[in-house]
Write a protein that binds this ligand. Sequence first.
Ligand SMILES: Nc1nc2c(c(=O)[nH]1)N[C@H]1C(S)=C(S)[C@@H](COP(=O)(O)OP(=O)(O)OC[C@H]3O[C@@H](n4cnc5c(=O)[nH]c(N)nc54)[C@H](O)[C@@H]3O)O[C@H]1N2
Ligand SMILES: Nc1nc2c(c(=O)[nH]1)N[C@H]1C(S)=C(S)[C@@H](COP(=O)(O)OP(=O)(O)OC[C@H]3O[C@@H](n4cnc5c(=O)[nH]c(N)nc54)[C@H](O)[C@@H]3O)O[C@H]1N2
Ligand code: SF4
Ligand SMILES: [Mo]
Length: 742
Amino acid sequence: MSKHPIRERVGAMWHARDGKLTQLLDRKPGGFGLGQVPRDRAPDGTTTLVCGFCSTGCGLSVHMRDGVAVNLTPAVDYPVNHGMACPKGWEALAPLAAPDRATVPLLRNSAGVLEEVRWTAALDRFVRRFQALQAAHGPQAVAFLGTGQLPVEELAFLGALAKFGMGMVHGDANTRQCMATSVVAYKETFGFDAPPYTYADLEESDVLVFVGANPCIAHPILWERVVRNRRQPEIVVIDPRRTETAQAATRHLAVRPQGDLELLYAVAHVLVREGWIDRAFIAAHTRGFDGFATHVAGYPPAEVAVRCGIAVEDIESLARLIHSRERVSFWWTMGVNQSHQGVRTAQALIALALMTGNIGRPGTGANSITGQCNAMGSRLFSNTSNLIGGHGFDDPAARAKVTAVLGVDDARIPTRPGLAYDQIFEAIARGDVRGLWIVGTNPAHSWINQRDARELLARLDFLVVQDMYTTTETAKLAHLVLPAAGWGEKDGVFINSERRLGVIKQVARAPGQALSDFRIFQLLADAWGCGDLFARWRSPEVVFALLKELSRGQPCDFSGVGGYRELDADGGVQWPVRAGEQVTAGAERRLFADGRFFTPDGRARFVFEAPRPPAESVRTPYPFTLLTGRGSASQWHTETRTGKSEVLRKLAPAADHVEINPDDAALLHIGPTDWVRVSSRRGAIELRAFLTRGVPRGSVFAAMHVVETNVLTFPSFDPYSRQPAYKHCAVALERIDGPSRG
Ligand SMILES: Nc1nc2c(c(=O)[nH]1)N[C@H]1C(S)=C(S)[C@@H](COP(=O)(O)OP(=O)(O)OC[C@H]3O[C@@H](n4cnc5c(=O)[nH]c(N)nc54)[C@H](O)[C@@H]3O)O[C@H]1N2
Ligand SMILES: Nc1nc2c(c(=O)[nH]1)N[C@H]1C(S)=C(S)[C@@H](COP(=O)(O)OP(=O)(O)OC[C@H]3O[C@@H](n4cnc5c(=O)[nH]c(N)nc54)[C@H](O)[C@@H]3O)O[C@H]1N2
Ligand code: SF4
Ligand SMILES: [Mo]
């Protein structure tokens, strides 16, 4: 037995692969960086990679000098953005140089302080602690939480390593907070998680209906695509707030918070009543319409209007508008997904598209806009709620395929998905989960109901956080921090909202001893003792080839795309691309042009259910509804990245604030910029008031970027998707003289 068993194993493996890593493992903390930008990255030229923030997936041209990225401009010939980028894209390189980058592994010592350790010690501790927990309490005692912000090769590696290699039973990702609703809605209606559109649909619609979506802030370049629409489109925004997008639209329906499902059923009611439906399409391509028609008969506008806060005339008029134009597209984001009845609301939108035949044609569709740069990749390959590749864990054929492609024993493949995110937290509370490995997400800021979240994270026997920064709220709670390279420092593929696979590339060296997540997974596999299983996972591009195989025969089949070079040359490609299929570079591809869906009988389903009230009722002593969401185009989530750019900080609001309607403020004697205590049954936070008629009376709005916002939110979940209902809780407001702290 060697003195350093892990180093022996890891070092030997790495020697074969990359002589430099053995040196790295021997290097003292604080040593030099390992990463070298590959030679094919045009040392003094320009190379294009997909942006690492939102799911729009813009192409960015990075300009290199002496092999190092010095600057970037939006790619002019990329089919997504046509030379445009939002402030985050322009500033994408800035977060890489931040002083709080994680550069060496950190381990909490006996005094409770995080101290620098060598990689060998970090890997050893990871393995010893997690294996000991599994030995004492069973394999389910250690779980993982991933993200939609790593390339698909890394997400696949994480999910495969954790479940097939380390025997973890439970793992989920921040996509649960974000996209789980759309996934379930699409699976139940279309037979697969398949957003059907292409961005050209934004330019080719006669009517665009945006529900619970604020693309001017959250997907600014998608909004630029809307602006390019030459068909004089009607743009309808359904949002309780008069958002930037609502202000730019032709109609704004200020729905009462959580009133969408009833509103959409009332619109469907009018369409059925007037016969404004596409009977031929319904008969040929759908199932369950009669039941749906009977259901919506119970939602006449006259009854629904008061409950959803939209006048009868406006409901009737929206239905008429949908009927009167040839191409109608329906778009939704978090205002729909983050609801206690998100799945049914998304399915009501899908029903409107199906019943009017607005699908499969240019400028149509029931279109969920996804959030993070690779949420779509996470949805398919993270091995959490689906078996890797968008398969069912219980499907024998799929299991056989995974066994064959990855060389994994069937016995290592779980028979069902593990617990969802909220259930993992419950399992921590029960003591069933005692070790947690968090990669590329920051739940100590972003998870609903912070008090519990932080308390539970702090209760873990062993918490590992793998992140670019040491200062995240979650990293501060960790026992072990693994320093990760970020976007721009590694290679891989993202899948954007319109199903386009696009490449990211290493254009900068990761600082210090930070390693790409891919390399960290390789090291951990060997350290764990399951390296053999991943012997073929030599590089991201080799893994991409495995993923192509896993996708074969699936609706998301991309076995016909080439390697990174071809993807790059084509400006990305939208799935499906089956083997042998020729796709013209820059082509815009939508699904369901033939009216065939991915259900066994090829027909789309109508799925519906009676609306329910939100879990927390809004009444005295908490008489206001708290709405939360994106605050500005220059802020990204918990701001670990965007907060590091001086430019982006300048473009963001100067102070954390709560938006209040001036009439409500007057009644509470709250003046502009006064300090306000916002409290819910979970806790209280103090923010500056910002008075605006953008929020309706009775509601207030706080950005999710504010670290305390989720102290207030109420942990309720859609029962089918288990997505948190971040958009609704009851709060009270009170003017205070100043902040009680600092
Ligand atoms: N600048 C920036 N862009 C981002 C992100 C970011 O952090 N910053 N994050 C990315 C990610 S991961 C995501 S998921 C997307 C999110 O993109 P969006 O969903 O567009 O953004 P949100 O602001 O979360 O929510 C959209 C709207 O839902 C509204 N809403 C609240 N309650 C209701 C309701 O009951 N009914 C309706 N109809 N609407 C309601 C809110 O008022 C808000 O305007 O943005 C992506 N893009
Ligand atoms: N109240 C409220 N809360 C919300 C929402 C809301 O609308 N309202 N929205 C929810 C939604 S839609 C989302 S998507 C979540 C987002 O919530 P989070 O996922 O917690 O937010 P991020 O700040 O994006 O966290 C990503 C983390 O990954 C790190 N990271 C970035 N790149 C890499 C990498 O390449 N490797 C590694 N290892 N780490 C990396 C970053 O430094 C950061 O710490 O928040 C949710 N929370
Ligand atoms: S719109 Fe999204 S993908 Fe495009 S530059 Fe901005 S953050 Fe990046
Ligand atoms: Mo998201």
